[in-house]
Write a protein that binds this ligand. Sequence first.
Ligand code: F6P
Length: 345
Amino acid sequence: MSAVRIGLLTGGGDCPGLNAVIRAVVRKGIDAYDDEVIGFRDGWRGVLDDVQEELTMESTRGILPRGGTILGSSRTNPDKREGGTELVRRTLDRHRLDGLIAIGGEDTLGAASRLSLAGVDVIGVPKTIDNDLGATDVTFGFDTALQVATEAIDRLHTTAESHHRILVVEVMGRSAGWIALHSGLAGGADVILIPELPFDIDEVCRLIGRRHARGRYFSIVVVAEGAQPVEGTMSVTTGELDEFGHPRLGGIGQRLEREIEARTGFETRATVLGHVQRGGTPTAFDRVLATRLGLAAIDAAHDGHWGSMTALRSTQIELVPLAVAVAEVRRVPVEEYERYGVLFG
Ligand code: F6P
């Protein structure tokens, strides 16, 4: 099989396991195929501005257990740059690249899909702690974020119980509540609030009050940062938009802290986990999944499967069309969330 010259980039929020993908692509590319791999800095920005470095066995040694990405990342949207598609093409031509492997979430891969439709050869690898990409059963990074959030809930339980407090834990999850739901279930939360279903603050307080009536004088409320109250019931603020039109989130935990305390009279404190969930070493599950996706991506490049994304389907890594993968965000089905209602309060 003839060698290829491939460009690699990581875009969007950093995520545990990105380095494991980079390592897998580089090792298999160089060792098995004699490829050359160019790493672009900071996502699509590096491709647009042509900032890159050659990736070698030496430069990718020891990165498997490291969080973040050795390539850097950004939320740069090539569609927002004048002549963006042409700039990408020119960079590929300048370096005589056969194509790109883009590791990212809905935004980075959405851009990859549009570029692919415009004739740029690109293969996607799905990542995001939010676990909200369609066409793959799970994304790497989610398992690590889930472990971090669950451990935090376990630790917060201690203070909640000792001080008879309501502790609100704000976790990540822009438009999907997978981290909130799974960490809340694993940590035995009393209330779980997700972006898919606007919450009723009266119901939240009723569940907390019911626990008190049953002699449980503390509660854990897990809220996804993208959760919203039912319209007109509680005021919330939203932050500035990024290049993909997403607002900077964060703050719903503090709003709930004030609201619950005011309505119930019980002392309430909020903890925002934020980027702690994205940092640090990936779990073994995420390292293995990321490695498998990376190996499949470099194989796909050799087989000329441009315009596709590597995905976990059941136990197998398969290729799915990029356009299908980014067509819809994978949200928590409301009926699945409601199934766990019996455990709340
Ligand atoms: O997409 C992953 C994610 O962590 C979301 O859960 C969150 O809303 C967003 O990224 C935060 O991004 P940033 O670090 O750029 O503010």
